[in-house]
Ligand binder design. Structure first.
Ligand SMILES: [Zn+2]
Length: 399
């Protein structure tokens, strides 16, 4: 079997960071995020519509992943499709078979390089690991236009071993070199310094090879570390929708896209208006839901306290740094016991009612009373309309 696709690197604008989405691979590896094949097909479709550059659609060693990978390849046109593979022919062959008729195919080969992981999983010498990586990349390059190589647990690996293993896979034709904070234990400063060193080393051997990063969130640093990597030369970042992934998850794609739009220091090819819809799809498939998640969480652009409501009504920038419309969302006034009359008057207007300051105070009194007496604590638009109608009845009733 031979790939008839001529060699080329993945296209991107110079200032654009390439996004590899791994929701369907690393995301699904979260214990709570198993997905049905039909759900994966829907997620792959929206990732394509979002203009994700690379979709990692599965792991050859996982039972049944190759069938979904094949089906996604049949239905996809734009992005690169990538499959994760151990450094063994069996996984590389399985990935190739799944993508056989798809031109923009990519394989992502990994070998652990930290002492703790090598001792726990491989029991191989340094030379054996290097040979494994080299022969797997050499073999994969016959069939795939783009081969990515990851030194798993790069952060806890000796830099000398990283140099040796990255050096040999570069010579064998790897096009993307991935630096992984596999267990999410680096600080942004440490990770930035490592990416800077790796990038310098890689570019010293092959200028057109790109450095990628893959960050986990075990200590809450996945997005910060990914941004630090971008500042230090990374050109591809690996993310998931809603940050789902092994253990505490991965870097969230929506957070990286939001930073790119807010800071304008780098760009992406992503259509941000699809991010909320994609997050809802992932939520429905996995039952994972974080209401406070940046950008896609239910409370992300909502304001409940009186002072904040007054501020955003006068000038949204007072408490919102980025326009929610960029993500297919809108600002919301949520009424609760801490709301003020400005917020309530505005909310009533949105619901089609005109009320004055005194009437607003009456509604807030009702709400506060219900919360104080532990009867009710969340108030929907329907509840608010009910209170307003009660005011109307009160206004009409005889004194
Ligand atoms: Zn991972």
């Amino acid at each position: 079997m031979t790939s008839n696709v001529s060699y080329h690197c993945i296209e991107r604008e110079p200032k654009n960071i390439r996004i590899m989405d791994t929701t369907l691979r690393d995301g699904e590896q979260n214990p709570l995020c198993t997905m049905y094949p039909s759900e994966k097909l829907k997620i792959a479709k929206i990732l394509e519509e979002m203009r994700v550059d690379v979709i990692e659609t599965g792991f050859a060693a996982s039972h049944g992943d190759d069938e979904v990978m094949r089906e996604i390849a049949h239905r996809t046109k734009g992005p690169y499709l990538c499959g994760l593979a151990r450094a063994v022919k069996e996984d590389i062959d399985k990935t190739f078979e799944a993508y056989r008729d798809y031109d923009r195919k990519m394989v992502h080969i990994f070998v652990p390089t930290s002492k703790v992981q090598v001792d726990a999983k491989m029991k191989k010498s340094e030379d054996e690991l290097i040979e494994m990586a080299a022969s797997a990349v050499r073999y994969a390059r016959k069939y795939f236009p783009v081969v990515e190589f990851t030194a798993e647990d790069s952060v806890r690996s000796e830099f000398g071993l990283l140099e040796k293993i990255y050096g040999v896979v570069l010579n064998e034709g790897a096009r993307v070199i991935n630096v992984a904070d596999t267990v999410g234990c680096a600080s942004p400063k440490e990770f930035g310094e490592l990416v800077y060193k790796v990038n310098k080393f890689v570019k010293g051997i092959k200028k057109d090879v790109q450095v990628s990063v893959h960050c986990h969130n075990d200590l809450g640093m996945a997005t910060a570390n990914t941004l630090s990597a971008i500042e230090n030369g990374a050109e591809q970042v690996e993310c998931t929708i809603c940050g789902i992934g092994e253990r505490s998850g991965n870097c969230a794609i929506e957070q990286i896209v939001a930073w790119s739009l807010y800071k304008e220091e780098f760009g992406t090819n992503i259509d941000s208006s699809k991010l909320y819809e994609a997050a809802k799809l992932v939520e429905r498939a996995t039952k994972f839901r974080n209401n406070m998640a940046p950008i896609v969480g239910e409370s992300a652009f909502s304001h409940k306290s009186g002072i904040h409501q007054h501020g955003v009504i006068n000038n949204r920038n007072a408490y919102e740094v980025i326009d929610p419309a960029l993500f297919g969302r809108k600002s919301e006034i949520i009424i609760g016991p801490h709301s003020g009359y400005h917020g309530l008057v505005q909310k009533a207007e949105e619901l089609g009612y005109k009320i004055d300051k005194e009437q607003a105070a009456y509604v807030i009194d009702c709400i506060s009373g219900l919360v104080r007496n532990e009867i009710k604590k969340n108030f929907s638009d329907r509840d608010i309309i009910g209170f307003i109608k009660r005011i109307v009845r009160r206004a009409l009733s005889p004194l």
